[in-house]
Ligand binder design. Structure first.
Ligand code: NAD
Ligand code: WQD
Length: 344
């Protein structure tokens, strides 16, 4: 059976990807230090798939441990690299935390991969590399803008390292630029587990609806958009996970046309913050307490993906819409509440 190493596989997108890989017949070995996830996620993956992923509790910043692990797993067919910190605001406050974890961690990983002759690499990149785009939708050829945050810069550095390494070594790379991943697995066994106050819109909405937060603040309604609120491309995490299966298959079948290929992963549809709120209310029947507040620093006005390349070249397209994604996010929040209530 083919084996895929998944760094950050206990996290939000990584756990959904592990499930899709295992459902597609792959063995999965997860490397995660649980710095932003919980070991119970591993049990959730097993509950959904009926199989146990191999798990290494290893910090990518510990090169010795990492190399030991990759030596053991050197027969793996591909590696998907999710492990990173991802909070934009925090990265502005503590930039070195981000450079150390995301950049040093990735340098170590690439060193160990080259040493152990692993050849196929999928990278979690982000639409943040485009900044405030001049033209919408953004294609993979749209220019990168100066990163607005240290977090965003770590993604640009990551892609640059991969461009260099894939030219110099036998590494084949696919970099996937995610737009705004939301939602949870249909079973509500795995989903997003934000620690503390969520920065992202959808967990903030579901936590407000369930009563953990009092009120959602919509960050600005005076933007140059139809209803004045920001526009984003919200993509269901299960759709996103399935794209990773396509990506590793493309690499393993040596179908890539370049050592480094880049794909946007979005729906191609832009929705405003108020549309997300209204759709949430419609699909759940729950009235949301929200107010309009001031703009959040660093927010781009609008961004959504041109998904033609992912469709034509990767052979992937989204199967779910915003309403479906929000209803799974809500089901997940309800499941978390049930768990909390049981433990009281
Ligand atoms: P997440 O925080 O849920 O998952 C990341 C996982 O990596 C966590 O389980 C964490 O414990 C682990 N990790 C972090 N640093 C590590 C280290 N040094 N060693 C070992 N494990 C480590 O985040 P996510 O939302 O699943 O994001 C996954 C990837 O996708 C990240 O690289 C992120 O930057 C990228 N991304 C996320 C989004 C988003 O909105 N969620 C959008 C674009 C890109
Ligand atoms: C979405 C919209 C907010 C919270 C971030 C990263 C990006 C990528 C995806 C990793 C914005 C508005 C939010 C709230 C609000 N991640 N909002 N009230 O900022 O588009 O993207 O996640 O790579 O790099 O920046 O996502 O979910 O934070 O915000 O009105 O309480 O919701 O202003 O317009 P964002 P988000």
């Amino acid at each position: 059976m083919k084996k895929i190493i998944v760094t950050g596989g206990a996290g939000y997108i990584g756990s959904h990807t592990a499930v899709e890989l295992m459902n597609a017949g792959y063995d999965v070995a997860i490397i995660d230090n649980l710095s932003n996830s919980d070991a119970s996620v591993l049990g959730g993956i097993e509950e959904i798939t009926g199989k146990q992923p191999v798990f290494y509790n290893i910090d990518l910043c510990n090169k010795e441990d990492l190399n030991y692990c990759l030596e053991k797993e050197k027969d793996a067919d591909a590696i998907i690299h999710f492990a990173a910190f991802k909070a934009v605001g925090e990265s502005q406050q503590f930039p070195m935390k981000y450079y150390n974890n995301n950049v040093v961690g990735m340098v170590n990983l690439l060193d160990c991969i080259i040493k152990n002759k692993l050849n196929n690499f999928v990278f979690s990149s982000s639409c943040t590399v485009y900044g405030e785009a001049d033209e919408l939708p953004v294609t993979e050829n749209s220019p990168e803008k100066k990163a607005e945050s240290a977090y965003g810069f770590t993604k640009q550095i990551g892609e640059r390292m991969l461009a260099d390494v894939s030219q110099a070594d036998s590494l084949r790379v696919i970099s996937l630029r995610y737009f705004n991943p939301i939602g949870a697995h249909d079973t509500a066994i795995i989903g997003e587990l934000p620690l503390g106050v969520p920065n992202n819109l959808v967990p903030f909405i579901t936590q407000t609806a369930i009563g953990i937060r009092e009120q959602l603040t919509v960050f600005g309604n005076d933007y140059d958009t139809p209803d004045g609120t920001n526009i984003r491309d919200y993509i269901h995490v299960v759709d996103l996970a399935k794209a990773h299966v396509k990506a590793v298959e493309r690499l393993m079948e040596k179908k890539s046309s370049d050592n480094l290929e880049i794909f946007n992963l979005g729906t191609g549809v832009g929705n405003s913050v108020l549309e997300v709120v209204q759709t949430f209310e419609k699909v759940t029947g729950v009235k949301l307490n929200y107010k309009i507040g001031s703009r959040r620093a660093g927010d781009v006005v609008s961004i959504y993906a041109d998904t033609n390349k992912a469709g034509d070249v990767l052979g992937w397209k989204t199967e779910r819409d915003l309403a479906n994604a929000l209803s799974t996010a809500w089901k997940w929040e309800l499941a978390l509440k049930e768990k909390r209530d049981k433990n009281q």
